[in-house]
Design a protein around this ligand. Structure first.
Ligand SMILES: Cc1cc2nc3c(=O)[nH]c(=O)nc-3n(C[C@H](O)[C@H](O)[C@H](O)COP(=O)(O)OP(=O)(O)OC[C@H]3O[C@@H](n4cnc5c(N)ncnc54)[C@H](O)[C@@H]3O)c2cc1C
Length: 475
């Protein structure tokens, strides 16, 4: 095993890891920062599906790993509100998060983000949408959005990558972290494998920012090393696809409708998430071949459809406390029914209690934008409670957005969000192990590009010794 040393070792080059480094550099910090990622540099992150038309199961997946993490190939919607993107405000305070959003947004602008902000224009139209939401028993969350767009997000992150390299940050790609170096109650670095070589990287500060993809791996490490954590919720849902005409008003006025409901009979929280006007439904593959549905939209290339996720949060504590394992099983069962593909079903068929047949997909205004999705019966794999929540929520949304719950509306499954394993930390992001910090989606505290970037940015300030309000520095 090769032994190396760094001052700061960051595992995961997603927004959380990247913004930790950017924030340190902003303070003129000259320490040796190593940024490890199991994926590729951004210029080599190319999804072969563009040529093959089908997912060829790259390992690791080029959509979700590599420089900029799940961000580069994402739609790049920056949610400019502390109310969206996770629970970081509960940890460090809403005011600090709101102010830091401005700073981080400024950095995205500096690296080339579009200056236009969606969802702040027509106040009367917003009021009208809110009135209809209230009538339907739903809450509408205001959230300005800066839309990078998939193509432009890649350019922005490419500039950031070059900037970090030029500033001397030590980027290691195709490097998979396997273990943490633990001595007593302290973390002294990480062990990773790169090109067949095992490296022990000893560091004063080890920062795990491995995203949703790494959440299962980090969950195991928490159990193994007694890193304090608790089971967080897991989101199970569907990706809904309708014609743009149905969502026109919402798309034009808000770009993204953040609707929340607590439908009967369970009164669980159900919400819309990640709305893509003129977008495309996509597939991402998790370790072990789990195929999960997602969606994105391009800045220039547009489809005739809008897709969005409907998610139900579920939590387990006693006697079972493994929400990730639960959601994975739901996903695998759905994949099994789709012979490894994403399943798609029409809402009308769900209501009628029948599967959807492939030829029936062409009997509609809305055509699937995920061509390799397989028509079938998602209700055969979806837990009853989640399915009931989704349907009752959709019928409520239909009152606010007529046509949303039309018989032809498409539901894709499995749509799963693994946020679990909320790592117990203080406002300085210190875990129960000295020298170990955990950021971004893998910490369980964030759920989006902006919030994970904000968490990284605040981490950088902590490490650089710049006290932010409510926190002390850890240098
Ligand atoms: C298709 C898609 C669309 C999305 N669209 C949006 C959107 O429009 N707006 C929004 O706010 N959010 C969106 N998201 C979510 C957003 O991308 C994430 O919330 C965000 O990227 C989380 O940042 P992160 O730094 O915590 O983790 P990630 O971005 O997931 O980065 C984690 C990195 O860690 C690396 N890693 C994992 N395990 C290891 C290991 N063991 N060793 C080394 N490296 C490892 C991975 O390769 C990855 O690069 C989308 C996600 C997807 C998948």
């Amino acid at each position: 095993m090769k032994l190396e040393h760094a001052d700061i070792c960051i595992i995961g080059a997603g927004p959380a890891g990247i913004f930790t480094a950017l924030s340190l550099l902003e303070e003129g910090d000259a320490r040796h920062i190593v940024l490890i990622d199991r994926g590729l540099p951004i210029e080599r992150r190319h999804c072969p599906k563009a040529e093959t038309g089908r997912c060829v199961n790259c390992d690791p997946c080029r959509i979700t790993t590599g420089f900029s993490g799940a961000g580069a190939f994402s739609d790049g919607k920056l949610s400019l509100s502390h109310e969206v993107g996770g629970d970081l405000p509960d940890l460090v305070g809403a005011d600090l998060v709101e102010r830091t959003i401005d700073r981080v947004d400024g950095l995205y602008l500096k690296f080339g983000a579009d200056t236009h902000v969606e969802g702040v224009g027509d106040k009367d139209a917003v009021a009208q949408i809110r009135r209809r939401a209230i009538e339907a028993g739903l809450q509408l969350v205001d959230c300005p959005i800066r839309h990078l767009g998939t193509e432009r997000a890649q350019e922005i992150y490419a500039r950031i990558e070059r900037y970090l390299v030029d500033a001397g940050v030590d980027l290691r790609f195709s490097a998979t972290c396997r273990q943490l170096v633990i001595e007593g109650d302290a973390c002294k670095g990480a062990v990773f494998v790169q090109g067949g070589e095992t490296v022990e990287m000893r560091a004063d500060h080890t920062i795990v920012a491995c995203g949703r993809r790494g959440a299962g791996w980090f969950d195991q490490l928490c159990r193994e090393h007694g890193i304090a954590h608790e089971a967080g919720p897991v989101d199970i849902g569907v990706r809904v696809e309708v014609r743009n005409e149905i969502m026109e008003t919402v798309n034009n006025v808000l770009y993204e409708s953040k609707l929340i409901g607590y439908p009967l009979p369970y009164k669980n929280k159900v919400r819309t998430f990640c709305q893509n006007p003129g977008g495309f439904v996509s597939q991402e593959n998790y370790d072990g071949g789990l195929a999960v549905v997602n969606g994105h939209s391009y800045k220039e290339r547009k489809s005739s459809n809008t897709n969005l996720a409907i998610l139900c949060s579920q939590n387990f504590r006693e006697p079972f406390d493994e929400p990730i394992a639960y959601a994975q099983l739901v996903g695998r069962l759905t994949n099994m029914l789709g012979a490894g593909h994403i399943l798609v079903q029409r809402l009308g068929d769900i209501v009628d209690g029948k599967r959807t047949w492939p030829k029936e997909l062409s009997h509609a205004n809305v055509r699937p934008t995920l061509p390799d999705a397989v028509a079938g019966d998602i209700t055969a794999a979806m837990p009853y409670r989640a399915m009931t929540n989704i349907l009752n929520f959709m019928f409520a949304v239909d009152k606010a957005i007529p046509g949303f719950a039309a018989r032809e509306t498409l539901l894709y499954s499995p749509e799963l969000k693994f946020y679990s394993n909320r790592v117990k930390m203080d406002a300085r992001f210190a875990t129960s192990l000295h020298g170990l910090h955990c950021l971004g989606d893998s910490s369980g505290w964030t759920r989006g590009l902006m919030m994970s970037s904000v968490m990284g940015y605040l981490m950088g300030k902590e490490l650089a010794g710049v006290a932010t309000e409510g926190t002390a520095h850890v240098r």
